[in-house]
Design a protein around this ligand. Structure first.
Ligand code: MN
Length: 226
């Protein structure tokens, strides 16, 4: 491929022939109490925080994901993904949903062993979170079509065995609060994606696994690990 003809990472928009161009991928850590607890943190003292993945870490639903190098503990994290459609900073909680273009179902793939090592050494998380193909995602569904889901079931299964099963109502910081807070740190812009954190039940994936997941009122996602 020509250096000057590189593709723009993008995600299909359901009910449209347009592609949502991915500008940045933000992620929230520790946004469901039972997941905070399973990771060994004090729920009361934990506030969600942000990290990022590169835009070209996007993998569309239906794809096969290569088991990544230098890990023996690849984990799945099913997440609600918010697609931003409007530029803004210091957005208020009351106005935050005006910045939402739509929603998707995502999986925040994580090299858990590298994350553990990074935490121990107080080092950054890029190698644990921002590796190639680390951001599987379904199609994006426009808010004007599906509204703003806030209570549906969010689940993930590996080889048809349910591993994660929770509700969007369990988010510690809801979508509005998460957008408002993020916009104090970075200027939001069309093309930004926000993975909003995962519920409890994260666990390992192995080559050959079929991973399925979904969020009630949005969509489902399916990937295979090879
Ligand atoms: Mn996550």
């Amino acid at each position: 491929m020509n250096l000057f003809d590189l593709p723009q990472p993008s995600v299909p928009v359901s009910g449209s022939d347009r592609q949502f161009p991915v500008r940045r991928i933000y992620c929230i850590g520790r946004n469901y109490e039972k997941h905070v607890a399973e990771m060994g943190y004090d729920v009361k003292r934990s506030k969600p925080f942000y990290f990022a993945k590169p835009a070209d870490a996007i993998v569309l639903s239906g794809a096969t994901v290569d088991y990544p190098p230098l890990t023996k503990d690849l984990h799945h994290e099913i997440e609600l993904v918010v697609a931003i459609g409007k530029r803004g900073r210091n957005v208020s909680v009351d106005e935050a949903l005006d910045y939402v273009f739509g929603y998707a179902v995502g999986i925040d793939l994580t090299r858990r062993d590298l994350q553990r090592a990074a935490k121990e050494k107080a080092r950054p998380w890029e190698t644990a979170k921002g590796f190639d193909q680390s951001a599987p995602i379904s199609a994006i569904h426009r808010a004007e079509d599906i509204g703003h889901p806030s209570s549906g079931r969010i689940w993930l299964a590996v080889n048809s065995q349910i591993r994660q099963d929770a509700g969007l109502n369990e988010l510690i910081w809801n979508v509005s609060e998460s957008i408002a807070e993020l916009s104090t740190l970075f200027e939001l812009a069309p093309g930004d994606l926000l993975y909003t954190g995962t519920p409890a039940g994260v666990g390992p994936l192995n080559p050959g696994d079929e991973v399925t997941g979904g969020i009630e009122g949005i969509d489902e996602i399916r990937i295979k690990i090879s």
